[in-house]
Structure formats: structure tokens, C-alpha cells
Ligand binder design. Structure first.
Ligand SMILES: Nc1nc2c(c(=O)[nH]1)N[C@H]1C(S)=C(S)[C@@H](COP(=O)(O)OP(=O)(O)OC[C@H]3O[C@@H](n4cnc5c(=O)[nH]c(N)nc54)[C@H](O)[C@@H]3O)O[C@H]1N2
Ligand SMILES: Nc1nc2c(c(=O)[nH]1)N[C@H]1C(S)=C(S)[C@@H](COP(=O)(O)OP(=O)(O)OC[C@H]3O[C@@H](n4cnc5c(=O)[nH]c(N)nc54)[C@H](O)[C@@H]3O)O[C@H]1N2
Ligand SMILES: [Mo]
Length: 782
């Protein structure tokens, strides 16, 4: 494959705009999307079309104009590609050979066409009949002495119907081992918010964005990861709302945005200004920063009270709706400003400025992404942010509220319909009653626990409904050892990825329909439903011809796996797979909020699931919204590593480039950050480079610092001088996943701490290596 030219060159244009149109054209040509499939691109998020498989940002109801989104187009083009990986391809390549290809190259081969089984004698995947594949799975599952020795992963693209059927099968089989991508993503939100506002979901809808006067965006890069959100922010900015970005980086898309929907934006060189204020904590500094803002709110309220002015706290809301305020306020009063400033990495005047903006807001929305959730203290941080919002009644009021911005397009829906390793007993009771069985009661494994269990020989079968487990997870070499220790690994998947190559003794690749494709069962087109980040549930119909006649839908695969393993005496799996409306009837029976599910899906835009906290109903033990007290942690692994290594110890965040969808690498550019033709780059502050005696353009190796005696190391990263706070580094995921220790997780959520890895840099020993090489497997595992 021809290597693109690698260069670093600052980007000076607004986000989206013409640059995006150019990249759309490049991707369509590269994927050789057939003419007939172009219309699909126009159908993303249209009534009667399919839900965009990109992100979970909601759609405008009755969207009349085509909501243009470059990265949505890339996601669709990647699925609608005319390239195919057929059995002939696997005949030509051993698994060992394929391991030497990069993730980018693996992705470029195209769509999988036929079910495949690993043939150890030839080190190749070879074709297998669907029935034989299901028989192999059943044989393995039924041979285990304990159902808890199997783990069932879900990635957040699976529809409600597929996910519900999957969890039903797995629980009837006998385990709650449901590791899912959410464990690595917004888990801190899902586990944190119930402790304060009673439910682990956001409280706003798109309508609230029309009424907000202040938006605080924490740790998010919407221009790349939720591009349709920029349309909303643009409208807010035009209305004069104050938009604050709280992020160690000044992300380009938060500065200026040129909306392809608006000719004037496209013709002006600057687009529309989005954020007016940038607050730049050091990595992991948000908890201290938010605490500082909350402390200042108390001070301002004290002053108002003394002056007889209007209160700053929403005293009515606090009295009527909350518990724990006095202890919370006492803790804030006792907190030291020096500690706040030092731990936030934000000067005092900026903390105070942020507090001023917050208290001036009459309707404030706080949004957050991975910049808040992938740290050791992520659960306390999410709780504190929700407490800050409670101080001024900014929850359950028009134009105000909590807005966690989810990743995968149905990751929220999957959890809603039962992909949950820690199910409540009430849910299990209802499920068992609806399907007449006794569900397993003990909690199962999340992602990190699954890997530990494999390493200890306690999990022997891995089944993945989508995703790329081997490479999205932390501590790559250990995870690979874990996967390779399995008796059977199975991947239900659209495209070839690394996880298929890092396999168990027996291994299956089961190719499935994507969401953009027509799903016919008995000649009747089937729709599937998904829930977006704002709890809107809607239907999605594919429009393209399937990539191969030998693909099955995810639902058909799950149903036939269940039928082969458990038989159909209790549940008629095949009948459910023949008519997805019947699966929705089951969901309606088991979960609140889905009354008349099939009928309400016919409404344009679908329906809102209902979020109690949005209506100021608090599903907490106290029946009220709860203030909770957390100290600023001063003895984290980062603090300890700093104490040992001094200022040479830096904190690394791992983020997405503009040309990737998680582990799927579409291209090698990250144009808003000025990176072209390469991914092994390391963003560093100029003063840190000088302090370490390095220069931009030099290549370095990165070693992480952890106390378990394991050496974690990645090699050959290009140093790029970047506007990032001192002590902080940035690089891309998944190349840096080998640096994340398996045991470094968020307290109370289990999320790998992918945004705060203590590391040391060393000059590259073997500097002669091809600077542009995207070397793939060996480099990742190095
Ligand atoms: N095109 C595209 N779309 C996607 C994805 C994709 O890969 N590609 N992935 C999807 C998924 S699964 C998810 S979860 C979302 C992810 O979307 P985001 O949440 O935007 O994810 P990241 O790119 O990982 O980085 C988030 C931001 O956090 C900032 N950050 C890092 N550390 C800190 C910190 O300590 N504090 C603060 N305040 N900020 C910090 C980084 O500078 C970066 O701007 O996007 C979804 N949408
Ligand atoms: N270091 C570091 N690690 C991270 C993160 C980070 O920021 N830093 N982010 C974490 C986050 S937020 C997440 S969500 C995880 C993502 O973890 P995953 O969800 O496991 O990873 P993806 O890359 O989204 O999965 C892509 C694969 O899904 C398959 N696929 C695509 N579409 C479909 C479909 O319609 N059906 C089926 N069955 N399969 C399909 C394709 O084979 C594709 O290769 O990674 C996490 N890992
Ligand atoms: Mo995610």
C-alpha cells in the first residue's frame, strides 16, 4: 500500500467547512462506494432512513435538510464500501501474515462475506456452514462446567432488539458476564449519576439547547466525535449564549465552525465563532476545578446574603429537592484554594471567572465526554459536576441540565435493555417472570474483570457482538495473552479487525448485516430501534443491498446461537428472529417506558423514554437529589509516580484522531490538529521538551510507570510541539493502549484510565526506523 506523505502543518480553517467536503470525496473514492449507494449518505438520520452508525448525538425531529456530517459519511462509506474480504482472500493469507498488517490496512480490505472458522493446521480462516458454526458454539458452551466461564461482549452499535435477545439468551444460559464497550467509556456517568440524581442518564433534550444561555463543555472534541453537535452549538453561539470549553487542548472545532448547511459560513474565511472562553486544566484536573467553582458559588452566596441581594444558591430547589447540602457546603468551605489551584492546574482568576460565568447563567447545560470519564476519580468528578448543577437548580428546568455525550450510536440503548453485568434484582425478577426461568443472580464480569478472569483461566469462551475487544481494551500484550488462552473466540462482525487474529484455540468470524443494509426476514423488511444520548428511541431501516448474500442479521445470529445451545422449548428463538416486532413486545413487558413500543416507533422521530431526574423525580435511596462529599485525592498513582520521578514524569491522554472511529482507522490524518499521513505522534509542551532535552521532530519511546513490576512500553513516536499544558502529553488510541495497566481503573466504575497514564520518555534507541511506518501489530505489541 502506498504510504501517504507524513507531515505536521497547523490547520488554520474553521472546523467542517470545505475541508470536510474534500475529505468526504476522498473517502467515497477510496471506499469505491457504488453509485446506487450514494443515496444512503443522504439518508442518514432521515425519516424512514437508518440511524447514523456514527455517534449517539440525537437528530432533529422531521429534519428537512440533510444534516451534513463528514464523520457520519465516513462511517456510512466504510460500511457501504464495495470492497470485499472473501474466503479466497483468507486462502491467500495466513493469520500470522495478517498480524503484520496495520489496523488501517486490515480495515481497508472491505466487508466480510462468509462465516469462517480457524484451521490451525493451515493457520488460516476457512469457510464454514452457518449451522456448523452454531453447532460448534453450542458444543463449547454446553461443555463448560459453569456458565460463568463464558463472557459475552457487546459493542454499542447493536440494536435494542439484538441486545435484548442476546442478554435473554445469555441469562437463560446462566451468566451475567456482560463486558461491554460502555465499561471503557461512560461507565463513570452510569455509575456516578445514580448516587446524586438517581439515574445514570442525561436530563436534557435537543429542545433545551434552544433555551440555554450558558454551556459548559467538559472534555469533549465534538468537531471530530459528535460533528452534528456543532450545528446545535452554532445556533447557541449565534443567539449569544456563552460557551465555555474546559479541556487541556484548545480543540479547533470549538473555536470556529463553518456549517455546510449555511452558505454564509462556507463563504466566510472564519466561519462562526463557537467557544468564547477556554479553561485549560491539566489532565485530570477537572475535579479540583469544579470544586473550586462550587466553593466560589458558596462565597458569592455568602456575599449576596450579607448584602441583602438576590441569593446565588437556588435555596428553594435545595430545600425542596435535595439532601446533604450542609455537609457538602462545609466541605467546600474547608477546601484550600492552594490545593484547588495546584490540582486543577488553572490559575485562581480563571477558576473565579468560570464561577462568574456559571452563576450568571439562568439556564446552564453541562456536557461531558471521555475527558471526564477515563480517570481514576471519574465517578467523584461526575458526581461533583451534577452537584454543582444542583446548587443553582440547573437540573430538570427548561434550557438547563446534564448532558453526558455518549459514544456509540446505541450504547445507551444496550444498557437500557439489559446489557449490564450488575443487573438489579427487580429487573431479573421481571425478566424471569416474562420468560419463565430463573435468571442468574450474582453479578458478572465487566471488561477488565473479564480479561483478569481469562488470564487466570476462569473464562474460556469469548463471544463478541461487534467491536474490537483485543485492541480497544487496555494493556494490549496481557489482553492478547488472555484472548489466546480461550478455548473458543467468536466475533459477530462486519469487517476484518485485529480481534479476529488474536484468537482462541477454536475461532469463528460470523459476518453480519450493517445498519445501512436492508434486513429481510421471510420477505418482510425489518427495522431495528436505537436510543440516542438524549433518551429518544427511534426506528432505523437499512436501504442498501447486503454486502453478500451469505450474511445474517445480528438478531438471526443470536437467535440461531441460542436455538443451537438451549433449544427452543422455552423461547421460540427462530420465531422472534422472523419478526422483530415480537422482540419489542418482550422489551415492553420487561422494562418501563416502552408502553405501546411498536406503535410509538411509527411516530416521526420516535419517542422519549422518560428520565425521572428530568422531571425532578429522584430515584435515590433518600428520594431526593443527593449532595455527596469527596476530597481532592492527593495520593493517586500519578502523584506517587511524580514523587518518585520528579517533573520528568508526564501524564498522557489517549484520544481519537479525526480519521478514526475508535479502533477503525479510516485514514492517517488528524487535520484539525495539523497531523498528516501518520499516527505515531506525541503532542508535548515546548517547555517540557526543553526541560527533557528533546526537540520537536525527534522520535521517542514511551514507558508507563506502574507498581506491578510489569514493563509497559511503546516505541517510535514523533514528538510534536503542541499547545498543551505543562506536564501533559497527548497521543492516539489504540496505539498507546499497551501503556494502560490493566489494574489502573476508575474507582467505582472499572473504566481503564485511558486519559491519565503516568509515563516517562526516552530517546529512540534505534532511530533509523522508517519514520512513516505504521507498523501495526509488532509495534503495538512491542
Ligand atoms: N468520528 C468519530 N466519532 C466518534 C468516535 C470516533 O472514534 N470517531 N468515537 C465514539 C465514541 S465510542 C465515543 S465515547 C465518543 C468520544 O468522544 P470524545 O469524548 O470527544 O473523545 P476523545 O477523542 O477520546 O477525547 C475527548 C477530549 O477530552 C479531552 N481531555 C483529555 N483529558 C482531559 C481531562 O483530564 N480533562 C478534560 N476536561 N478534558 C480532557 C481531550 O483533549 C479531547 O478533546 O465519540 C464517539 N464518536
Ligand atoms: N486508550 C484508549 N482506549 C479506549 C478509549 C480511549 O479513549 N483510549 N476509548 C474507549 C471507548 S470510549 C470505547 S466505546 C471502546 C470501543 O470499543 P469497541 O466498541 O469494541 O470498538 P470499535 O472500534 O468501535 O469496534 C469496531 C468494530 O466493530 C465491528 N462493527 C462495526 N459495525 C458493526 C455492526 O453493525 N455490527 C457488528 N456486529 N459489528 C460491527 C467492526 O468489525 C469493527 O472493526 O474503546 C475504548 N478504548
Ligand atoms: Mo465510547
Amino acid at each position: 500500500m502506498k504510504k501517504p506523505e507524513a507531515r505536521i502543518e497547523p490547520y488554520t480553517h474553521p472546523a467542517a467547512g470545505w475541508g470536510a467536503l474534500k475529505y468526504v470525496a476522498i473517502n467515497l473514492i477510496k471506499e469505491k462506494v457504488a453509485g446506487g449507494n450514494y443515496r444512503t449518505l443522504l439518508a442518514q438520520n432521515q425519516p424512514n432512513g437508518f440511524d447514523c452508525p456514527g455517534c449517539a448525538w440525537p437528530d432533529r425531529e422531521h429534519a428537512s435538510t440533510f444534516e451534513f456530517c463528514e464523520n457520519g459519511v465516513k462511517a456510512v462509506a466504510a460500511e457501504a464500501t464495495s470492497k470485499r474480504v472473501t474466503p479466497a482472500f483468507f486462502d491467500e493469507h495466513t493469520v500470522t501474515e495478517l498480524m503484520a498488517q496495520s489496523d488501517y490496512e486490515l480495515e481497508q480490505h472491505g466487508r466480510l462475506t462468509d462465516p469462517l472458522v480457524y484451521d490451525a493446521a493451515r493457520d488460516r480462516y476457512v469457510p464454514i456452514e452457518w449451522n456448523d458454526a452454531f453447532a460448534l458454539i453450542a458444543r463449547h458452551l454446553n461443555a463448560l462446567d459453569d456458565p460463568n466461564r463464558a463472557a459475552f461482549y457487546t459493542s454499542g452499535r447493536a440494536s435494542n432488539e439484538a441486545a435484548f435477545l442476546y442478554q435473554l439468551f445469555v441469562r437463560m444460559y446462566g451468566t451475567n458476564n456482560f463486558p461491554d464497550c460502555s465499561n471503557m467509556c461512560h461507565e463513570a456517568t452510569s455509575r456516578g449519576l445514580p448516587g446524586t440524581v438517581g439515574i445514570g442518564k442525561g436530563t436534557v433534550t435537543l429542545d433545551d439547547f434552544e433555551h440555554a444561555d450558558t454551556l459548559l463543555l467538559f472534555g469533549q472534541n465534538p468537531a471530530t466525535n459528535h460533528p452534528r453537535m456543532l450545528g446545535e452549538l452554532r445556533e447557541c453561539a449565534k443567539r449569544g449564549a456563552t460557551i465555555v470549553s474546559i479541556n487541556p487542548l484548545r480543540e479547533r472545532g470549538l473555536e470556529r465552525f463553518a456549517s455546510p448547511q449555511h452558505a454564509l459560513d462556507m463563504l466566510s474565511p472564519n466561519g462562526t465563532k463557537i467557544s468564547s472562553v477556554f479553561i485549560r486544566p491539566k489532565i485530570g484536573g477537572d475535579f479540583a476545578l469544579i470544586k473550586g467553582v462550587a466553593k466560589r458559588v458558596i462565597e458569592l452566596d455568602d456575599a449576596a446574603l450579607a448584602a441583602g441581594a438576590e441569593r446565588v444558591l437556588d435555596v428553594e430547589f435545595i430545600a425542596q429537592h435535595t439532601v446533604g447540602f450542609d455537609a457538602f457546603a462545609a466541605d467546600l468551605r474547608a477546601e484550600s484554594w492552594d490545593t484547588i489551584v495546584a490540582e486543577a492546574g488553572v490559575p485562581l482568576d480563571e477558576v473565579l471567572k468560570l464561577a462568574d460565568i456559571y452563576v450568571k447563567g439562568r439556564a446552564v447545560i453541562s456536557t461531558w465526554g471521555m475527558g471526564l470519564t477515563q480517570h481514576k476519580n471519574s465517578v467523584p468528578t461526575v458526581q461533583l459536576l451534577s452537584n454543582l448543577m444542583m446548587m443553582r437548580g440547573n437540573i430538570g428546568r427548561r434550557g438547563a441540565g446534564l448532558c453526558p455525550v455518549r459514544g456509540h450510536s446505541n450504547v445507551q440503548g444496550d444498557r437500557t435493555v439489559g446489557i449490564e453485568e450488575k443487573p438489579t434484582q427487580a429487573f431479573l425478577d421481571r425478566l424471569g417472570k416474562a420468560y419463565d426461568f430463573e435468571p442468574p443472580r450474582e453479578h458478572g464480569y465487566d471488561v477488565v474483570e473479564t480479561i483478569h478472569a481469562m488470564l487466570e483461566g476462569r473464562v474460556k469462551v469469548f463471544i463478541g457482538l461487534g467491536g474490537n475487544f483485543s485492541i480497544a481494551t487496555p494493556d494490549t500484550p496481557r489482553t492478547w495473552d488472555a484472548m489466546r488462552s480461550c478455548d473458543l473466540t467468536v466475533h459477530i462482525t462486519t469487517k476484518l479487525n485485529r480481534s479476529h487474529l488474536v484468537h482462541g484455540r477454536d475461532a469463528l468470524i460470523l459476518p453480519t448485516l450493517g445498519r445501512t443494509e436492508i434486513d429481510l426476514q421471510n420477505g418482510v423488511p425489518q427495522g431495528v430501534s436505537v436510543e440516542d444520548s438524549m433518551s429518544m428511541v427511534h426506528i432505523s431501516y437499512g436501504m442498501n443491498r447486503p454486502a453478500s448474500p451469505n450474511l445474517l442479521s445480528e438478531i438471526a445470529i443470536v437467535a440461531r446461537m441460542a436455538h443451537a445451545t438451549l433449544g427452543s422449548a422455552k423461547v421460540d428463538w427462530l420465531a422472534l428472529a422472523a419478526d422483530y416486532a415480537l422482540i419489542r413486545d418482550g422489551i415492553e413487558q420487561v422494562f418501563d417506558g416502552f408502553e405501546r413500543y411498536n406503535e410509538r416507533l411509527k411516530q416521526p422521530g420516535g419517542f422519549h423514554l422518560g428520565v425521572a431526574s428530568r422531571d425532578r423525580v429522584w430515584k435515590t435511596p433518600s428520594g431526593k437529589a443527593q449532595f455527596v462529599v469527596h476530597p481532592i485525592a492527593l495520593d493517586t498513582p500519578i502523584h506517587r509516580a511524580r514523587a518518585e520521578h520528579g517533573e520528568r514524569l508526564l501524564t498522557l491522554m489517549t484520544t481519537r484522531s479525526h480519521d478514526q472511529y475508535n479502533t477503525t482507522i479510516y485514514g492517517l490524518d488528524d487535520r484539525y490538529r495539523g497531523v498528516y499521513g501518520q499516527r505515531r505522534v506525541l503532542f508535548a509542551n515546548r517547555d517540557d521538551l526543553a526541560m527533557l532535552g528533546f526537540e520537536a521532530g525527534q522520535r521517542v519511546d514511551i514507558t508507563s510507570v506502574w507498581d506491578d513490576g510489569v514493563e509497559r512500553h511503546v516505541e517510535d513516536f514523533l514528538l510534536v510541539e503542541y499547545d498543551i499544558p505543562r506536564g501533559c502529553l497527548g497521543a492516539y488510541y489504540p496505539e498507546t493502549n499497551p501503556l494502560v495497566p490493566l489494574s489502573s481503573i476508575a474507582d467505582g466504575a472499572g473504566t481503564p484510565t485511558s486519559k491519565s497514564i503516568p509515563v516517562l520518555l526516552s530517546a529512540r534507541v534505534n532511530a533509523s526506523v522508517d519514520a512513516n511506518a505504521e507498523t501495526g501489530a509488532e509495534a503495538i505489541a512491542a
